[in-house]
Design a binder for this molecule. Structure first.
Ligand code: GAF
Length: 385
């Protein structure tokens, strides 16, 4: 495989000033809680997006994608809400957002190379934003990688790029995961206070693995469904007179549900409030080494996303059931849903059986073959070379 630096030289005529990268993520639990000021618990994946970058003297941005074999050129002055469209929005949007934050950013030549599966719900867009953001930080002397606070500021710029330029109304979990996760740990992210904690997550010692299944069922976060869930949560919070659903406690849930005006708002609220409680319970179970309990919480989370939040799909449900039938302690969809990927917590010796069971279940239904792979908790965005 040619390195992104070598491709950069071929495409742009001179070597890059460096190569930066950022990981994809899976969220262990805490789904659709980030935009409700809730808790989430992602890990960074070993799969990463690399950006080979050199700075320009003008305001042009040229981006080459190795995977797409495409080079796109835009002027930074033309970047803003809704423009450019397509994958370049995730690159141009970050430079735009950093400028909006008052930071001195100029044009760049960027070569992007990634092994984060695209459209699989594994945060390929946040990985792209954060790799470019990390490069911009170092090349323009912005110092946005030196501390967790600085990284959180960069994460906010990447979220703005996604929300405002790419037009996907996502929360901030994915960008925080890409910038703040540590190797060997899950990141407990409190989306209300911005506080983070590293929770040791090393399944090897316990003889367990985390199996990811990319169902290859199509997944998009800017097609209206995701935003509809977000608006329902805001409507529920408004009816309850609270700033966000984080303010509804588990103990006060029944009372809150009784005050809501529709079944839709009740089911969405029940998912969010119970899911936030499951994150806390998962952290306690991980700290106590109780993986059976983690598996039980994964199952409950999936049921809640499927039945109450209605963001699962047949392919995700079948992958979860097949993995559980083959010995998983628990399995669940991960990420935004409507397609994408599931995760399963398995004894190491059952991973092959689970993979076979998932593949067989898909083949029996005539579906596209899924991609299955095990992952470990990996490191955050930074400079490679
Ligand atoms: C997607 C979004 F980008 C995140 O912000 C989060 O809401 C997630 O779906 C669901 O938990 O990955």
């Amino acid at each position: 495989m040619t390195s992104p630096a070598a491709t950069h030289r071929d495409v742009f005529g001179s070597p890059p000033e460096g190569v930066w990268s950022a990981p994809g993520r899976v969220n262990l639990i805490g789904e659709h809680t980030d935009y409700n000021d809730g808790l989430a618990l992602p890990i960074a994946l070993p799969q990463r997006t690399h950006a080979a970058v050199s700075v320009r003297d003008d305001d042009r941005l040229r981006v080459h994608s190795v995977q797409l074999g495409q080079t796109v050129e835009v002027s930074l002055g033309s970047v803003g809400p809704g423009s450019p469209s397509g994958w370049t929005a995730y690159v141009a949007g970050v430079l735009w957002a950093l400028r909006e934050d008052g930071l001195p950013v100029r044009g760049m030549d960027v070569t992007v190379d990634s092994d984060v599966p695209v459209g699989a719900g594994l945060s390929s867009s946040a990985a792209l934003e954060c790799a470019v953001g990390a490069a911009a930080s170092d090349l323009f002397g912005l110092d946005l990688l030196g501390s967790d606070d600085a990284r959180a500021r960069l994460a906010r710029a990447c979220v703005r790029a996604e929300n405002e330029v790419a037009g996907a109304a996502t929360g901030g979990m994915d960008q925080s995961a890409a910038l703040l996760c540590h190797e060997g740990s899950a990141l407990l992210l409190d989306c209300r206070s911005g506080a983070t904690e590293q929770v040791p997550f090393d399944l090897t010692a316990a003889g367990m693995v985390l199996l990811v299944t990319d169902t290859r069922a199509s997944h998009a976060l800017n097609d209206g469904q995701y935003e509809e869930r977000r608006r329902a949560c805001e409507a529920a919070a408004a009816e309850l007179g609270v700033g966000s659903l984080r303010e509804v406690s588990s103990g006060g849930l029944e009372h809150a549900l009784a005050r809501l005006s529709s079944d839709e708002l009740r089911t969405r609220t029940r998912h969010v409030v119970t899911e936030i409680a499951r994150v806390e319970a998962t952290v306690a179970a991980l700290r106590g080494g109780d993986l059976d309990e983690v598996g039980r919480l994964f199952r409950a989370s999936h049921a809640s996303l499927r039945d109450d939040y209605e963001v699962s799909c047949e392919e995700l449900d079948v992958s979860v059931e097949a993995a559980e039938g083959a010995g998983a302690l628990g399995a669940r969809m991960t990420g935004g849903g409507f397609g994408g990927s599931s995760i399963a917590l398995l004894p190491e010796g059952s991973a092959g059986d689970a993979e076979d069971a998932v593949r067989a279940a898909f083949a029996a239904r005539g579906w596209t073959e899924p991609a299955c792979f095990t992952v470990t908790a990996s490191g955050p965005a930074g400079r490679d070379a």
